[in-house]
Design a protein around this ligand. Sequence first.
Ligand SMILES: Cc1cc2nc3c(=O)[nH]c(=O)nc-3n(C[C@H](O)[C@H](O)[C@H](O)COP(=O)(O)OP(=O)(O)OC[C@H]3O[C@@H](n4cnc5c(N)ncnc54)[C@H](O)[C@@H]3O)c2cc1C
Ligand code: SF4
Length: 545
Amino acid sequence: MERDSMEFDVVIVGAGPSGLAAAIRIRQLDPGVSVCVVEKGSEVGAHILSGAVLEPRALNELIPDWKDRGAPLNTPATKDRFLLLGPAGAIRLPTPPQMRNHGNYIISLGLLCRWLAEQAEALGAEIYPGFAAAEVLYHDDGTVKGIATGDMGLMRDGTPGPNHQPGMELHAKYTLFAEGCRGHLTKGLEQRFDLRAKGPEGGPADPQTYGIGLKELWEVRPENHRPGEILHTIGWPLDYKTYGGSFVYHLENNQVALGFVVGLDYQNPYLSPYDEMQRFKTHPAIAPTLEGGRRISYGARALNEGGYQSVPGLSFPGGCLIGCTAGFLNTPKIKGSHTAMKTGMLAAEAAVAALKSGADPAEGLPAYTQSVKDSWVWRELYTARNMRPYFHWGMWIGLLLGAIDTFLFFGHAPWTLKNRADHSALKKAKDCKPIDYPKPDGKLTFDKLSSVQLAGTFHEEEQPCHLTLKDDTVPMAVNWAEYAGPEARFCPAGVYEYVEVDGETKFQINGQNCIHCKTCDIKDPTQNINWVTPQGGEGPNYPNM
Ligand SMILES: Cc1cc2nc3c(=O)[nH]c(=O)nc-3n(C[C@H](O)[C@H](O)[C@H](O)COP(=O)(O)OP(=O)(O)OC[C@H]3O[C@@H](n4cnc5c(N)ncnc54)[C@H](O)[C@@H]3O)c2cc1C
Ligand code: SF4
């Protein structure tokens, strides 16, 4: 069956803050430029999971009257606290300058994206939720021609089923990839155009590095709710060699967003980020806030940590990368929404100028790369660039060197440390100690499956599995034999299991549970797992994460 096609000036893949800011900026600059945004979630915001404390700098630039237009920024940050946790107590540390939030807002990024989508549509952008961009299309000369959305109704073996509907081709002069952290099409583009060989500064980009962020949304007792309060912690339950920490943000309506981030360069294959988060909630500095409350949502998503030195080449023939798919998150701030929006706006400006001047799309958008380098985004990432790598030497040295870098060099130390690929950090099981996690109590701590239910995730069973293996024998022969099956622990949704069948251990993938966090694609020690998009509209259904 042949695919239908539609023509646009600009196609944007992903309706997160970067993609939506780009769509808005394009239509603000030139209402004659046709823009289409495709989003794999069932609706805008359904796949968005963030903290989130928003630094409103980019939003102020994009929509200066956002307050009058009813943007969902209702909780100004009022108080910052930073705690070092030990097993039984906590020490208050001075809040590092990067973590001070005066002037910022505690928000639901999902709700902000829904509002941004309304603004984009009011300006005439076309937004299609429920459509996953599954394939990049190319002209004969290798220039990106657009994308194709995935087929619906394929059988497990990939053959068309009774309800088969072929995907659509969306052609554009410029395609902006805004897939967020570890974009699946971006991964292919990086290889095809060798984007890591030449970063924005002209030299090779380091490998991207990541963390997994797990988040729960709680409705707490009114007496435990302090709207605007922001707490960050480091230390327990993680050991001092493992990078990570938590956030606790008091939103509106008695809601508290509680998150736990673990750097994916952790070494012990027995570590389970999910169980670390469950343990964290039992700490005496945290549990009292939650006691008597109700957990209303759960989810997880990878986030970039590589920063400045890991940003790949941004522009290529026919398109560019914007937001977290290019890795613009500021790690010490744990913030990337503002940089995602700003880079989306800069790409929009470059695309509109290129369309106006009649430039050849095969030349890409070099003006975008230059404007990123001239912007506050690049200056911000530059001064933050060594903070995460200092923690390669563990938490204590990381804190010390981070303080020296911040207060002595103001982020301008005469060195730039390297990043290394996360999956290569995992040690063999024989060299590590198993970790004994406590059983969930059903009040503060929960098992994975009941958590996944709160993510509202759904995948049609009858379709090719979207967790693809390059080699089916590797999970048993390598991951199980040498690493004690780490994917069963690093997946926050119980997708990967090693089960006993008739006295034999077998590897099993429960693809329906996937919440699209992308951790397996990053941390699999042999890089054998390749996450691809399932049918459009499937995956988690986050109401306001
Ligand atoms: C736990 C956690 C806490 C965070 N806390 C903060 C914070 O407090 N403040 C802050 O500023 N930032 C925070 N961040 C980072 C912030 O969420 C990101 O920087 C931001 O969401 C990046 O925006 P984006 O548009 O690049 O990508 P995303 O927000 O990830 O959006 C990408 C969109 O594209 C869609 N998509 C992806 N691939 C496809 C495809 N092939 N086809 C169709 N659609 C596709 C996705 O479904 C998604 O809707 C946090 C992140 C995490 C994980
Ligand atoms: S299968 Fe992979 S992408 Fe899906 S939830 Fe598990 S780790 Fe995340």
